[in-house]
Design a protein around this ligand. Structure first.
Ligand code: LLP
Length: 420
């Protein structure tokens, strides 16, 4: 389902012309479609309708509070990894009993904040975190429900920087330390282990890895039952990949849920899913304007006003994002090999190399497609550039859901020491 379409030769987000939006908002900016968010959430929701499941949107993928709130209205909970994200989830109206807190390095303060907000579960990833959490709970006279994240040592074929389930990765607790912890859990009277959590990586396009990891989880849970340890909830993480270039066949959410059902459906456990990318990636575009076109001897450069600080995925993971013109090029136009780059002062500020694109001239608008996930949420202010606005569209309406800070806003946060 695509809600980004050309109408009368102009690319629209639902019923809003991106040309007009660019004039109103100024470029660069992110634009999200409510209809796509809804569609993505409902497909997954329908697929799990016969399983006792809560879908906790992994808000690291897109942490705009309007996006979170949109998904919350369809029934999403949240998977958060910092106090900042937890505050965003609460602000967006996600009930605390639908929030999971993951991450390897939660500080004492973050644990206190999570305990005080009585969230669904805190996923613990080390023994020292467990001790911290027990101390926090003890000090408050409360009991804390945790998930123990295990590391299954499963290798997956995604970008090396986004694998998380191997022994070499910092995540989760390995066998047999995880079993020992569970055996000794009664030594920590304020902790109750309600869940086992697993997450092996992101942008996974081969279901076999999920099959392996869910089988591993199944055997682990059954082995615990033999020991008299009963786990009532399983947190299956996120990771289902999406199509960035139409060349890879991507398993559908229905295929993915079928793997869950096959391997874990009969265990009688409540399930948590933590999807990020698959809910928001194709719901977002990055809209940018061409500043200059420069002809080199070997390259043809388009220098646009978006840069790696706005969208770091190409520089960081060699990620591919399709590039489209906002105004449809004339029939019969000639495409040429082009490098699309941003204004930042390093060569890694490159969105596309030797890409066959229609001709662009100064001031033309272009979009980077499938940038709703890990786009704005990974942005920085490198080169002292402003964070860019985010716009949410619904049918013929649009709203600026994050404004561009002024340079005064940015400078206000810094000061001179008394000796200068
Ligand atoms: N749960 C946990 C514990 C995670 O670490 C992640 C992602 C998710 C869920 C959501 O995974 P997803 O469904 O989005 O694949 N910045 C990278 C992706 C990093 C993913 C980190 N963890 C990128 O732009 O590709």
């Amino acid at each position: 389902m695509n809600y980004f379409n050309y109408r009368n030769g102009i690319l629209h987000a639902e019923e809003v012309s991106l040309d007009r939006l660019a004039d109103d908002v100024g470029t660069p900016f992110y634009c999200y479609s409510t209809a796509i968010l809804k569609h993505n959430f409902q497909i997954l929701q329908d697929a799990v309708s016969d399983l006792d499941t809560i879908i906790c949107f992994s808000i690291k993928a897109n942490s705009n509070i309007a996006v979170i709130k949109t998904l919350a209205t369809y029934g999403a909970g949240a998977d958060v990894v910092s106090e900042g994200e937890l505050r965003r989830a609460i602000t967006a109206g996600i009930p605390s009993e639908r929030i999971v807190f993951s991450g390897v390095g939660k500080t004492r303060r973050e644990l206190e904040f999570a305990v005080d907000n009585n969230i669904l579960q805190i996923n613990v990833e080390s023994e020292s975190e467990l001790e911290d959490l027990n101390a926090v709970a003890l000090a408050r006279g409360s009991f804390v429900k945790i998930g123990l994240r295990i590391n299954p040592d499963i290798n997956v074929n995604t970008h090396e920087k986004i694998t998380t389930g191997r022994k070499e990765n910092k995540f989760g607790i390995e066998w047999p330390r995880n079993l020992q912890i569970l055996r000794n859990i009664n030594d920590l009277p304020n902790i109750e282990v309600v869940s086992i959590a697993i997450h092996i990586g992101s942008q996974l396009t081969d279901l076999q890895f999920f099959r392996d990891s869910f089988k591993y989880l199944r055997n682990f849970v059954l082995m615990l039952r033999d020991e008299g340890i009963f786990i009532k909830r399983l947190d299956l993480g996120g990771g289902l990949g999406i199509s960035y270039d139409d060349s890879t066949t991507i398993p559908t959410p229905v295929d993915y849920v079928e793997i869950i059902r096959e391997n874990l459906g009969d265990l009688g456990c409540h399930l948590i899913l933590e999807p990020g990318r698959m809910l928001v990636a194709d719901a977002g575009l990055l809209v940018s304007r061409v500043i200059h076109v420069k002809q080199g001897t070997t390259r043809n450069f388009i220098i646009c006003d978006a840069a790696m600080n706005d969208l770091v995925r190409p520089a960081m993971y060699e990620a591919y994002h399709e590039i489209l013109p906002v105004i449809k090029p004339a029939v019969g136009h000639k495409k040429c090999l082009t490098d699309v780059v941003g204004p930042i002062c390093e060569s890694s500020d490159t969105f596309a190399k030797q890409r066959l694109l229609p001709p662009f001239v100064r001031n033309d608008l272009l979009v980077f497609v499938t940038t709703g996930a890990y786009g704005s949420s990974m942005a920085s202010t490198y080169n002292s550039r402003q964070l860019i606005p985010e716009v949410l569209v619904k049918k013929n309406q649009f709203s600026i859901v994050r404004t561009r800070p002024t340079y005064e806003n940015m400078l206000m946060m810094e000061s001179f020491p008394p000796w200068l």
